[in-house]
Design a protein around this ligand. Structure first.
Ligand code: AMP
Length: 145
């Protein structure tokens, strides 16, 4: 998928937002939905997506979407830090397949990092257990402020 194209509302994140697919939800408000990545690159790998947008990537997104999205990212990243005490946090976002994007609904990754612990490969790790992800989501959610 190139940077240009039409939003496909059958994408997996749109389906999660419509409640058609399960997700380990960490947080949601009027603007954003945060949930655990099911193929985590590290313990606590969390995704934040806009709820009311058909942007495929950051370049598509309307200005009124970006502000609340990034505020949601900051809030969830702080909770991830408080819950897991990582040494660092990657906040990242891919635009287009050539950049590594695999799901074409705008999203931001929050990936905790620990010294000496290698980062899992993007999109290449094993699928996590949903019960474990839900426990992690609750652990992070408890630290939201
Ligand atoms: P990207 O490759 O940047 O488009 O990121 C998409 C992310 O979504 C990847 O890290 C996948 O592991 C993750 N992912 C794919 N399907 C699901 C799902 N059903 N629930 C949670 N995360 C998912």
């Amino acid at each position: 998928m190139s940077l240009d194209g039409t939003y496909d509302d059958g994408n997996i994140f749109a389906r999660i937002l419509r409640g058609e697919m399960p997700a380990a939800r960490v947080f949601e408000d009027d603007h954003v939905y945060a949930f655990m990545d099911v193929f985590p690159q590290a313990r606590g790998h969390t995704l934040v997506i806009p709820k009311h947008s058909t942007a495929r990537n950051l370049l598509d997104a309307a200005p009124e979407i970006v502000g609340p999205l990034m505020l949601g990212v900051q809030r969830v990243a702080r909770a991830v830090r408080a819950a897991l005490n990582p040494d660092g946090l990657v906040v990242t976002q891919f635009n287009g397949a050539a950049a590594g994007q695999t799901v074409f609904h705008l999203h931001v990754h929050i990936i905790p990092r620990w010294e000496g612990v290698a980062l899992g490969r993007h999109g290449a790790g094993g699928m996590a257990d949903m019960a474990d992800l839900k426990a992690m989501a609750a652990h992070i959610a408890a630290k939201l402020s």
